[in-house]
Design a protein around this ligand. Structure first.
Ligand code: ADP
Ligand code: MG
Length: 454
């Protein structure tokens, strides 16, 4: 049952109980109407009682029966009732969060644009492409794990999603798991913390993870917490034992994964490691042409503009695509007769995001945020709950997620080792603020501009 269905469900239950006139109006209004339905799970409805008096009133054979039969009438299935205090409910929350987050994690939505068909092959990525495609089509997993390593923006995530999309379409019965390693870390840490009422939460997560046929882990360099490395290690071994295909991406060669324990790294090196490098000129051009397919502005673009982009922005395909988008966007504003080299240079010169700048890091975001707010690092890392500091932290968390997909754990480390759950709820709050608070939005945008100029 969807969590958001509870308030409504409980309102209906209460109003039927009220109509039954089993309790007099005063009792109902003062005690019973203040109950809440916490969750329904495994046939059990957990009902929060506000005070002991309420509990005493409800916790009788007749009371329980009335609730059960009312719920059954609405839901068409039988449930038993368990009363819990607010305190109990708080303890159960981590488990609920864990379950929803685990459920979210387990069902992966692959980006539909990231397919094998949309991936342009060239010398720079041929091996990686072939390795990913063949692990989908071949029954026996010849190479396990497959490790794809290379700089950011060269198509690693695209290839992992391509595997997911391919299998979803061609072999829908296959179970495919995909995760940023940083997200996997937060799930595992949550599981370790959660007090599960139904057995050990870590075992639960583990058992779900090992059931997959394909296990795709993106940016393994972010698997940085030692306790989750431990869990990962056992999951990994079990997956290999069950002959599941593992595909991992990384920003460095496996032997240079400094933050991971040797026993993991040596296992990664036992399969096939393929490098993906920046696209050569022809591949870059083909990528640009693919992007332009079906685009109205495409016919306005001079061939030498594509040459210019392919030469200048190929270090990172994300930037390459970004530069093209920038041109098309400006063309729709200015309506030029033709997008020639002059136009392209004029637009792209003033556009810092596509100039050859150094790579963005979380430290740079931190620097920009503190500079913007006139703070020191110890201000932002410290515990003070002054509004300005809280704002700065939220902006920092927001940008680290949006621009770098940083894991909550790593962001927490930058903020004086704050807990990842704190970071995750601040991020949720920031997502809301960006929609509702113009000051917050402006700050985010200004800092983004600062970052682009770095
Ligand atoms: P990485 O994970 O290596 O940092 P991504 O997979 O996120 O890089 O790629 C960045 C962008 O570049 C994505 O939009 C992706 O579709 C595109 N891209 C990268 N390589 C190619 C390619 N060979 N063909 C088509 N698009 C590509
Ligand atoms: Mg990636």
């Amino acid at each position: 049952m969807e969590p958001h269905a509870y308030p409504d469900l409980w309102q209906r239950t209460l109003s039927l109980i009220q109509k039954s006139h089993y309790y007099d109006k005063e009792t109902f209004d003062s005690w019973i109407s203040k109950t809440e339905l916490f969750k329904i799970e495994n046939g059990k409805a957990y009902i929060i009682y506000p005070t002991m008096i309420t509990l005493n009133i409800l916790n009788t054979r007749e009371g329980i029966q009335l609730i059960q039969s009312t719920l059954q009438e609405i839901l068409n299935e039988s449930v038993s009732v368990q009363f819990i205090s607010k305190q109990d409910a708080k303890k159960l929350i981590p488990e609920v969060q864990l379950q929803t987050r685990t459920a979210n994690l387990m069902k992966t939505d692959f980006n539909e644009d990231y397919t094998f068909e949309n991936f342009i092959e060239g010398n720079s990525n041929a091996e990686a492409y072939a390795a990913c495609l063949s692990c989908c089509t071949q029954k026996n997993h010849l190479f396990n794990p497959i490790m794809i390593y290379g700089n950011s923006g060269l198509g690693k995530t695209h290839l992992l999603h391509a595997i997911g999309n391919y299998l979803k379409k061609e072999k829908p019965e296959t179970k495919v798991f995909y995760s940023y390693s940083g997200d996997l870390v937060s799930i595992l840490l949550d599981a370790m913390k959660a007090r599960s009422v139904h057995g050990n939460a870590v075992e639960l997560v583990k058992s779900q993870l090992v059931e997959n046929d394909y296990f795709l882990i993106d940016d393994i360099q972010n698997l940085q917490s030692s306790s989750s490395q431990e869990v990962f290690f056992t999951v990994y071994n079990e997956l290999i034992r069950r002959n599941a295909q593992i595909v991992i991406t990384s920003d460095t060669h496996p032997s240079e994964l400094k933050n991971l324990p040797n026993r993991l790294v040596s296992r990664f090196s036992s399969g096939l490691a393929v490098n993906i490098v920046k696209p050569e000129f022809d591949t870059s051009k083909a990528i640009l042409k693919k992007k332009l397919e079906g685009n109205e502005e495409a016919c306005l673009i001079d061939e030498d503009v594509l040459d210019y982009l392919a030469n200048k922005f190929s270090n990172d395909v994300r930037n390459l695509e970004g530069s093209l988008n920038k041109l098309i966007f400006n063309a729709t504003l200015e309506n030029p007769e033709i997008i020639d080299l002059d136009f392209a240079q004029r637009i792209l010169m003033k556009e810092p995001i596509v100039s050859e700048r150094s790579e963005l890091t979380i430290k740079k975001i931190k620097k920009a945020v503190t500079r913007f707010y006139g703070l020191t690092y110890s201000d932002i890392e410290g515990k003070s709950r002054q509004k300005k500091l809280m704002n700065a932290r939220q902006v920092f968390i927001y940008l680290s997620r949006e621009l770098l997909h940083k894991a909550y754990v790593s962001i927490g480390q930058e903020l004086g080792n704050r807990d990842h759950t704190t970071i995750s709820s601040s991020y949720e709050r920031a997502q809301m603020l960006i929609k509702t608070d113009p000051n917050f939005k402006t700050a985010v945008e200004k800092i983004k501009t600062l970052l682009e100029k770095n």
